[in-house]
Design a protein around this ligand. Structure first.
Ligand SMILES: Nc1ncnc2c1ncn2[C@@H]1O[C@H](COP(=O)(O)OP(=O)(O)OP(=O)(O)O)[C@@H](O)[C@H]1O
Length: 739
């Protein structure tokens, strides 16, 4: 049973500006009490009524956990004076508050609300200031009313403020007439919330707004699994199923949406397909820009080869024919693709291209889609590589990944370079590719390097694969495994997996092992032994660097459960080690964690080993892995250190951006490398256990791969090429343009 208490807000002890989480001390009728909860709009000096429960906190003792609150209009003169003097109204301090109340007595609040100009009768208040106070009062009241109204629809205060800021008093109209507009205009409101509000205001079934919003939502969901478009039939079926309405009602609305330019309808292989407008134009622009960039540069082949040979001499290497060909084509073409599996000499080729450009006095830029991939590119080339986001100078960062990104670099302010080399191209999605190409002008060479057999990008599109299959550009396919690389069974097996050949699992290898076990508990025990004792010595790394990669999220060997178990054994409860349970998950000091979405705004600070700050910046990205350095239960902050020096503070509310990372999914491991990986393979849905996934997992290891589980499942993964096709059409657009 919730209790109700009343009192004055004596002091705001802590407030998280982002989510409104507040700790305040309340002077109640009998006693002072600390109250905690989410109430962004309560200010010091206000008189409030709070509903909630008393709880006893381990460290802070008795507290009142607030579930809901109401700001009371002060009724007696003293309350009014206290409120006005609290700082709640800008421009009124304690002394002025006393003067106002002395003048208007019990009538004070009515005057401020209804005849604010009369405030000018008080000494020290001009007419303008009187008006200003009146407006402030009104605004506050409107916002409070709006929040109360939205509470009825189960909308949190956080969201309520965003909604009010967006529409002001128009909010009521929007909600009553077309709540789906909220999903379009406000980040944090998706179709589901809008649909719930809609049903509460009585919009449901096959209402036009509902169907249109449903169609867009179905397209959005499809894009989240990598699709750029959906066939019309499938889109209708998915929408009908989601909205629980008859399919034949839908197509007419999709046609209307095309007229309103919210979707684009095209034909592919004589079948109607539907794009959300944004993705259609992204593909079209990418195709057009690649086409325009692909100028031919008239430099003699012999001349180039002569110069390449000079570089080979200096670098003491001898390129093979394909690699030389790659350098030649990089010089002669505006667009070049270099693709190949591990150990096929991609890096060596990039390095030679760089040396070539450098010798010619040409400027070049290096970039990769993720921070980790960029870091590796810097290490292997010896030249600075950046993330593509950084290269394009991300600005006005959004607070949500659905919002379009804004980059300082674009067609009006393009990148200045003679050549741009992008590594790990398989991870670049259609939106990022579009942003990148917008910032590149004709005359700049673009060299795209990647392994097309890795899992495709997380975001929609299959950019690298589509560019290759379009046959519109020079593609150098490196397929020779060099002698040094041949000594590694990781590389040899990766190529076998890719070709669909069986791999030898007899444990005679130095870097590739299969431990056959058929029981989940035993598998977990084996993994623990490997992480704690065997692998760190074997590959000369810390236990934290040994990464478990699993195909699945759910199930006994899925990420969620594995992390619980691994945490228990690798970072157990200890006195002095603080921990915090957030949404059912425990975070503990010393835990290995991963950021699971791009956050462009969160601040980081690089600190030396003595704690001195030497660099600051913003942005932590999906897949970045770090260690929990400190959990401060009082300020409710989790400090995570990334790359051993980059410190980031997360409020407890932001902790939903973090996940334990003792085990991660293979999808999340894309673009990263670890000294050793351990891959549990026992069972799972066939849809997940496919060749690409095994290939990606195996190629993440630098020094050692250990598979633990069933060798027949490993073989069935090698045989399974049924990974889900993505609906993308960059290849079609390229072919059209080339015609
Ligand atoms: N022309 C060459 N002659 C001899 N060895 C070569 C040649 N090119 C590359 N190598 C060697 O082959 C190995 C793999 O080359 P490199 O690192 O360039 O390949 P990669 O495709 O970038 O590999 P990964 O994708 O695994 O990083 C390296 O040891 C490299 O020194």
């Amino acid at each position: 049973m919730a209790e109700t208490i009343q009192g004055y807000v004596e002091k705001i002890v802590y407030r998280n500006q982002e989510n409104g989480y507040t700790v305040l001390s309340l002077t109640g009728e009998d006693d002072d009490i600390t109250c905690v909860g989410s109430f962004p709009f309560i200010n010091e000096g206000e008189y409030v009524e709070l509903q909630g429960n008393y709880i006893s906190h381990q460290i802070y003792g008795d507290q009142f956990q607030v579930q809901s609150y109401d700001i009371k209009e002060p009724e007696d003169m003293m309350s009014m004076e206290r409120y006005l003097g609290s700082g709640a109204v800008k421009g009124i301090g304690v002394a002025l508050a006393a003067r106002i109340v002395r003048k208007f007595k019990e009538d004070t609040f009515r005057i401020i609300e209804q005849e604010p100009e009369r405030l000018a009768e008080v000494k020290g208040i001009s007419v303008a200031k009187a008006q200003e106070i009146g407006t402030q009062f009104e605004d506050k009241k409107d916002l409070r009313d709006a929040m109360l109204f939205l509470q009825k629809y189960g909308i949190t205060n956080n969201l309520a403020v965003k909604i009010y800021k967006q529409y002001g008093s128009r909010m009521y109209e929007v909600i009553r007439e077309n709540p789906y507009k909220l999903a379009d205009d406000i980040s944090g409101v998706g179709f589901r919330i809008a649909d719930e509000i809609a049903s509460k205001v009585g919009i449901g079934g096959d209402a036009e707004f509902r169907i249109k919003a449903g169609v867009l939502y179905a397209l959005l969901q499809a894009s989240q699994s990598g699709n750029v478009y959906l066939p019309m039939d499938l889109l209708i079926a998915k929408t009908a199923q989601m909205l629980i309405i008859e399919p034949d009602k839908i197509e007419k609305h999709i046609m209307d949406m095309m007229i309103d330019k919210r979707v684009v309808i095209k034909e592919i292989d004589d079948k109607k397909v539907v794009y959300s407008t944004n993705y259609y134009y992204s593909e079209l622009n990418v195709a057009r820009m690649l086409h325009d960039l692909n100028e031919q540069y008239d430099v003699g082949i012999d001349e180039i080869i002569d110069r390449v040979k000079k570089i080979e001499k200096i670098e003491k290497i001898e390129l093979d024919e394909m690699q030389r060909d790659a350098v030649v084509e990089a010089v002669r073409n505006g667009v070049l693709v270099i693709t190949g599996g591990p150990g096929t000499g991609k890096t060596t080729t990039i390095n030679t291209i760089i040396k070539f450009f450098e010798a010619e006095g040409l400027d070049f830029l290096l970039a990769a889609p993720t921070g980790r991939a960029a870091k590796r590119m810097s290490e292997t080339t010896g030249y600075e590589a950046q993330t593509i986001h950084r290269l394009l100078e991300l600005s006005g960062a959004p607070d949500d990944s659905n919002t379009r990104l804004n980059f300082e670099k674009n067609e009006e302010n393009p990148l200045e370079a003679d050549a741009i080399i992008i590594d790990e191209m398989s991870m670049v999605d259609i939106s990022l590719m579009n942003a990148l190409l917008r910032a590149i002008t004709v005359g700049t060479r673009v060299i795209l390097v990647g392994d097309v057999n890795q899992l495709p990008s997380v975001g929609p599109g299959n950019v690298l694969k589509d560019i290759i299959t379009s046959n519109a550009f020079h593609v150098v396919k490196l397929n020779k495994i060099f002698r040094q690389a041949k000594e590694s069974d990781i590389i040899v097996n990766a190529h076998k997996i890719n070709r669909g050949e069986p791999i030898t699992l007899d444990n005679k290898s130095r870097d590739f092992f299969m431990l056959k076990r058929d029981d989940v508990t035993v598998i977990i025990q084996v993994m623990l032994t490997l992480i704690k004792y065997k692998m760190p010595k074997y590959v000369n790394a810390k236990p934290y660097d040994i990464q478990v990669l699993t195909p699945m999220r759910k199930g006994e060997l899925g990420v969620d459960r594995l992390n619980q178990v691994l945490q228990m054994y690798l970072n157990p409860v200890e006195t002095g080690k603080r921990e915090k349970e957030i949404s059912g998950r425990i975070f503990r000091e010393g835990d290995k964690v991963m950021q699971i979405k791009n956050n462009y705004q969160i601040e980081w600070e690089c600190k030396s080993q003595f704690g001195l700050s030497f660099e600051k910046g913003t942005g932590v990205f999906n897949g970045d892995t770090g260690i929990i350095k400190e959990i401060n239960l009082y300020s409710e902050i989790i400090t995570v250190v990334f790359d051993e020096i980059r410190y980031v503070e997360y409020s407890f509310q932001q902790a939903d951006e973090l996940e334990l990372a003792y085990a991660i999914t293979i999808h999340k491991s894309q673009g990263s490398e670890y000294p050793a990986v351990i891959i549990p393979v026992l069972s799972g849905p066939k849809m997940l256990l496919h060749r690409n996934l095994l290939y990606t997992a195996v190629t993440r290891a630098k020094s050692c791969v250990t598979l633990v589980g069933s060798s027949s499942v490993v073989q069935s993964m090698i045989d399974n090429v049924s990974e889900q096709e993505r609906y993308t059409s960059l290849d079609t657009r390229l072919k059209e343009i080339m015609k």
